[in-house]
Design a protein around this ligand. Structure first.
Ligand code: IMP
Length: 423
């Protein structure tokens, strides 16, 4: 039985949380495979708005098992807060939320190191979410990290102490102004570890293998987006994990030949938080309108997102490296009211018109070439089927499908579960 994937195809914030929540009724297991509390997956249903950071977005469905996979990094302090926010929903967390023993732990000093590293970079900072993501993955690949499974061993506190001491020396080395009271941070950390230890830890690759054998339907949930992938994103302005399809194999222990549908999500326009190149970024009224109407503020950091036109060069690249089999277009409603819409179909690069993503897409190298289409006036938020779509929206969808050569199966016209149109 195949494992389906759900991936963001831009710079994150495409609306993965909403779509996982919508799709969960078709799956037995939702498994998150990378990233950590840098993500903010927003779900809206029955008049409730809820933001998840580490916990998979299937948690609100009674029958679904939710797995935090080995590729994820967990901050026990944030995790505890997420669990507390879920208390009012009466979810049986112990049986519905399972955590891989091989997932890595974010320590308080990882967060401090993130801050020190960013401060030391000055203007060249990545614009990280300051959740300690980069330093935690550095310890993972440096083979120094602490894993969830370590918490079951007697000597985990010694391991913690030795790593935290090393981090403190590294923070000193950066020689920047990062104020902290580690004793205070540790109080919170140790308390949160105690809560974490009450949850169910599993060998998730074995669990998923057995589940597949039993014919269970599994959806692997990505975080961030393809253009933030550590290998294929706009390096160094990226996150520290593989956000692309292959990351689901390493982040869950699922074999490549078990991957079924690859569902790719994109917004009808583009946004980015943090630093880094963004060829179609708008600095005018149109960009301001997208930000305001689309409520483009980070769910984790509250930062305003940069907005711009849809970039098909970048989107095609994401479709290609992920092997996307079906697309979902989010926030179509935000584009209502624009007289003309632009879609970037090529770049002018070193005097040439190109349609692939070059090594460097900084503004000084790349100028977008746009195709202009008619916009639509109609409010889409109350529409229930594609028959109600204005002709120019239908033309926009047809154009994208033709260019991307993948069908758009879902068009989202608002944040609520109900505002989802299947095609
Ligand atoms: P980090 O993942 O916190 O190290 O941040 C690295 C870059 O990825 C920064 O530009 C962040 O703004 C961006 N980033 C990280 N997580 C998300 C996300 O969930 N949505 C959008 N951008 C993100």
């Amino acid at each position: 039985m195949a494992v389906d994937l759900l991936l963001g195809l831009q710079w994150g914030d495409e609306g993965k949380g909403k779509i996982v929540d919508v799709l969960t009724k078709n799956y037995d297991i939702i498994a998150r495979f990378q990233g950590g509390p840098n993500a903010g997956h927003t779900l809206e249903f029955d008049g409730i708005k809820h933001v998840l950071h580490t916990i998979p977005s299937g948690i609100f469905h009674k029958n679904a098992i939710n797995i935090v996979g080995n590729g994820v990094v967990i901050d026990p302090v944030i995790f505890k807060k997420e669990l507390e926010a879920l208390q009012r929903f009466n979810i049986d967390i112990k049986s519905k939320l399972l955590i891989s023993r091989k997932a890595h732990l974010i320590l308080p000093t990882h967060r401090l190191l993130d801050a020190a590293s960013e401060a030391s970079k000055g203007k060249a900072k990545i614009g990280s979410t300051l959740k300690g993501i980069g330093p935690t993955y550095m310890d993972k690949t440096g083979r120094n990290g602490m894993r969830i499974g370590d918490l079951e061993l007697d000597d985990w506190k010694e391991k913690y102490r030795s790593l935290a001491n090393k981090h403190e020396a590294m923070i000193d080395y950066y020689n920047v102004d990062v104020q902290y009271d580690l004793a205070e941070l540790e109080k919170d950390f140790f308390k949160s570890i105690a809560s974490l230890k009450e949850l169910t830890f599993i060998d998730s690759e074995e669990y998923l293998y057995q589940a597949q054998k039993k014919g269970k339907k599994i959806l692997a949930e990505g975080a961030q987006g393809s253009l933030l992938d550590i290998d294929f994103g706009t390096y160094p302005y990226v996150t520290s994990s593989n956000t692309t399809a292959a990351g689901a194999c390493t982040g869950l222990g699922v074999a490549p030949n078990q991957i079924g549908e690859v569902k790719g999500i994109f917004k009808a326009y583009a946004t980015r938080v943090g630093s880094g190149p963004f060829p179609t970024e708008l600095f005018d009224e149109d960009g301001e309108t997208m930000g305001r109407v689309g409520n483009e503020f980070g769910a984790t950091t509250g930062r305003a997102r940069r907005c711009g036109w849809l970039d098909l060069v970048a989107l095609k690249y994401a479709v290609q490296i992920n092997g996307v089999t079906e697309l979902m277009m989010m926030k179509a409603d935000v584009l209502s009211g624009f007289e003309k819409l632009k879609i970037c179909t090529a770049y002018n690069y070193k005097g040439e018109k190109i349609t692939h993503l070059p090594y460097n897409i900084e503004a000084e190298n790349v100028t977008p070439v746009y195709t202009e289409m008619d916009g639509w006036e109609e409010d889409l938020t109350q529409m229930g089927s594609t028959e109600e779509f204005p002709d120019s929206l239908q033309a926009y969808i047809d154009f994208l499908e033709k260019e991307l050569e993948v069908p758009i199966k879902i068009v989202s016209v608002g944040p609520d579960r109900m505002q989802t149109i299947h095609r």
